[in-house]
Design a protein around this ligand. Sequence first.
Ligand code: BES
Ligand code: ZN
Ligand code: ZN
Length: 494
Amino acid sequence: MKTTTRELNLKKSKADVIIISSFEDKKLLDNSYSQLEKLTGSKIPSLVKKDFEGKESQVKNFYLGDRRVILTGLGKKESCKLETLRCAVARAVKVADSMGVPGAGIILYEDNLNGNSLEDIVIAQVEAAYLSRYKFDKYFKVKKEKKVYLENLEFLSDSKKLSQIQKYVNDGVIIAESTINARDIGNEPSNIATPVHVANKIVEYGKKYGYSVKVYDKKELTRKKFGLILAVGQGSANEPRMIVMTYNGGKKGDKPYALVGKGVTFDTGGISIKPSAGMENMKMDMNGSAAVIGAMNAIARLKLKVNIVAVVGMVENMPSSTAYKPGDVVVGYDGTTVEVQNTDAEGRLVLGDCVAFVTEYKPKFIVDIATLTGAALIALGHISTALISNNDDLSGKLIKAGNDTHERVWRLPDWDDYDRLIDSEIADVSNVGQGRQAGTIVGGLFVKRFAKDYPWAHLDIAGTGMSPKAGDYSPKFSSGVGVRLLTKMFKDLQ
Ligand code: BES
Ligand code: ZN
Ligand code: ZN
């Protein structure tokens, strides 16, 4: 999609349809009407004024002179959030898309909005416009019938600081495109998205966006004794890979922040095999790695002033004669011995080795992200990501970024009492707890054992990483969750 940012002058705009968002408060609604009348030189039809009240989720399209116009409601100004703005823009863009015209002009909302910065306000509108149009349709032989696609988006600004708005729009596009990178990785079927395929993709991204990439193949993983990653991968003909991305936008010599992502390209459960109903969704068990890759793309493209080391463990969990088995004891990269009681609790093993590896960088903090437990979906649904952390400050940063981006996170306790549930009778730790108790916490605390005493946070996106239905700007299936969240947290650290 092509994007331009222009001053709000419809004579200069090529847009086939104009989108304007409006509050329901009479005065603000009338302001929008007079703004539109001034811009188009035509009078708003009285029936439009009667029918459109600016209520949240109300969308109305009509003709004004030679322009198509879409009005999209924001509800009451006092209760309007960034998320309200995102959804309103997304709904309007979808209507514009259905009109079969190539260009839409979105009049940016640029006034204050309950304490949010102008930057966040502009980015919210841009990302929503982009993300609402996401489709994973590459496998259709013939694309769904449609003659004309919306392909030009103009963001129309009334601000005196147009170049600043332009920068915010560009940043919004980068964040949306990076989220789309993550959605694409997650949605890609596992016969294509093997560990090697994803590693190659990361190498490509690193070259394109400016971060360095090192791929550890099976030989290297064996030589360096990444015993947990290797154990999970040993049942599959598709060999595992660990990929290390480094981005140095910060001060030379400054310690990096570390990101770690679970990249199980397909999770059958292994010998502890999953039931077949719904197993196809386990092609998305790499959404944690997708979030890390997307966030790295965004951070590098935005040229954020931070140093980051990001690691993803890519592996396929299969049952076979070479697969690891319940009862096995395996040794991790840091020497920790793990009793495997269930081969379906594989993600924490992959994360354990990757987290142990990043501690060698003496990071300022470690954030890992993973579709780790079905229990997270049971506890929080598809609405909120579960957070387990040993650090209040880091948790606060993630919670704030989650609220700002609406990729919300909810913290669960990391108490020692829970940690005891993964003590093993024959090894340093077991990969499962006691029955179904506190599954999400226990999964997180397994990973914590590899983080030494570094500030660490674990994000379980089993619920939020994949969605059974589309939202206004989020699609069915892989959501790309984590990209906007992590990018915002690092933006806030600037
Ligand atoms: N990939 C799954 C978790 C998952 C489930 C993600 C549903 C998304 C949707 C993970 O590897 C897994 O199977 N976890 C087990 C752990 C259990 C064996 C301790 C689970 O949640 O059942
Ligand atoms: Zn599993
Ligand atoms: Zn898994």
